[in-house]
Design a protein around this ligand. Structure first.
Ligand SMILES: [Zn+2]
Length: 270
């Protein structure tokens, strides 16, 4: 795992910028969205002794965090033979949090799948959240944060992860990005689509699929209020155009004709 990975992502960058860690985080998102990795990164940031952006990934503390042997990082999860995280496990965290860190400036506690805490465990964690020791950082992860008491949630900085995004084929993604950038500008689109004529049917289809996926991502980002590349309703309209163009290719329409169709549709004033 590359623990500096998250700090490179624009969205999470402020979390790792200098000394601004909060006392409690709740990381939520579906399976495979990177909850555990982000929790581990935050824990490493809590103990990192490097200067500047944390985790630095290079200091002794980061190195231990990476190997999972840092004495100031502890993780709690549901015992394999139980259905819930037990109150005793949380009490042990509270008792440990009251003691100063061993090596680092802070102690980090990760509670994996925190929605599995039974009510008494949640009340025990609430007590810790209400009066956290100065050096403690609590990191909860949950697939479904509504399983947590509202009083627990409200005391955490919530970080919501999206489903894992599949990587697009590199060449297709590059072409699709070029196409989306040119879209709306008549001359640029004409220039760009002219070059598409040289693609094989397969490459053309892959580019259209990539462009469609990128539009879908823009729409998702739009729904969450994050920054978009194209303003609404363009991603939706373009996605329909790309889908239609793929149909044409499927039906053996020549690539030159499909390129012409794209050029006309991407410049159509609505
Ligand atoms: Zn470090």
């Amino acid at each position: 795992m590359d623990i500096t990975n998250f700090s490179e992502k624009q969205r999470f960058a402020p979390l790792f910028d200098g000394d601004r860690l909060s006392h409690a985080y709740l990381i939520s998102g579906p399976a495979g969205s990177g909850k555990a990795a982000l929790a581990d990164t935050l824990a490493a940031a809590a103990v990192c002794s490097g200067a500047g952006k944390r985790p630095c990934g290079k200091c002794r503390d980061c190195e231990k965090a990476l190997r999972g042997v840092h004495p100031d990082i502890a993780a709690v999860e549901k015992p394999a033979d139980r259905r819930e995280i037990q109150v005793d496990q949380v009490r042990a965290v509270r008792a440990d949090a009251a003691v100063l860190p061993n090596e680092a400036e802070r102690k980090a506690y990760i509670i994996r799948d925190a929605g599995k805490m039974n009510p008494s465990a949640q009340n025990a964690i609430l007590k810790l959240l209400e009066e956290p020791p100065r050096h403690a950082v609590l990191i909860l992860t949950a697939e479904n944060p509504s399983e947590l008491l509202p009083t627990v949630r409200s005391r955490c900085v919530e970080l919501i992860l999206s489903p894992a995004e599949e990587a697009l084929p590199e060449k297709a993604e590059k072409l699709a990005a070029g196409l989306l950038e040119a879209a709306g500008d008549e001359l640029e689109t004409a220039r760009f689509t002219f070059t598409l004529d040289k693609l094989s049917r397969q490459e053309f289809t892959e580019m259209l699929e990539a462009a469609e996926t990128m539009c879908a991502r823009m729409l998702r980002a739009d729904a969450k209020g994050a920054g978009t590349v194209l303003p609404s309703p363009l991603p939706e309209r373009y996605a329909a155009v790309f889908s239609r163009a793929r149909e044409f290719l499927d039906r053996n329409v020549g690539t030159g004709h499909v390129a012409g169709y794209l050029c006309a549709e991407l410049n159509r004033r609505v």
